[in-house]
Design a protein around this ligand. Structure first.
Ligand code: FES
Ligand code: FES
Length: 165
């Protein structure tokens, strides 16, 4: 066992775990963050996705000791009581079915939109390709990403308008 320090959603934590423990297990079992899900455990489905340094990372295959930067989980997307535009879009489009994969869908969409604020349909399909859904919500997810893109652009315009006042 080793004492390992992690910053998750802007909070510092110290955990006492085997360094090879997958980050996913530490998030769920030690830090009680249940946004990331255990799907395949093989880095294939995306259910366990977290964001590290602006990238979508599969936490089920990431040893906790390998994490050197801040982690953002689904729980860290909202700003206080204000949901992130991606979350708002997901609700507006009623994207989930069973919901199991949606952590990965939402965080993958955030990473995609942070890199490409106005993706084409094809760019959305390619950007979201690693987030698998056994309920086949792909059309709803596509619509939610489109809507989120519009909401995020509008939020950026509002920030600019505020700054110019
Ligand atoms: S649970 Fe991690 S990729 Fe499937
Ligand atoms: S909503 Fe059920 S697995 Fe995607």
């Amino acid at each position: 066992m080793s004492r390992i320090q992690l910053t998750v959603n802007a909070k510092r934590h110290t955990v006492d775990v085997d360094p090879s423990t997958p980050l996913l297990y530490v998030l769920r079992n030690d830090l009680d963050l249940h946004g990331p899900r255990f799907g395949c455990g093989l880095g294939q489905c995306g259910a366990c996705t977290v964001i590290i340094k602006g990238a979508a990372v599969r936490s089920c295959v990431m040893p906790v000791s390998a994490v050197k930067s801040e982690i953002t989980t689904l729980e860290g997307l909202a700003s206080g009581t204000e949901l992130h535009p991606v979350q708002k879009a997901w609700i507006a489009e009623q994207a989930p079915q069973c919901g199991f994969c949606q952590n990965g869908q939402i965080l993958t969409a955030k990473v995609l939109l942070d890199k490409n604020p106005n993706p084409s349909d094809d760019e959305i399909r390619r950007g979201m390709a690693g987030a698998l859904c056994r309920c086949m919500t792909y059309y709803k997810v596509q619509a939610a990403v489109k809507r989120a893109s519009g909401l995020m652009r509008e939020a950026r315009r509002e920030v600019k308008r505020e700054a110019a006042r």
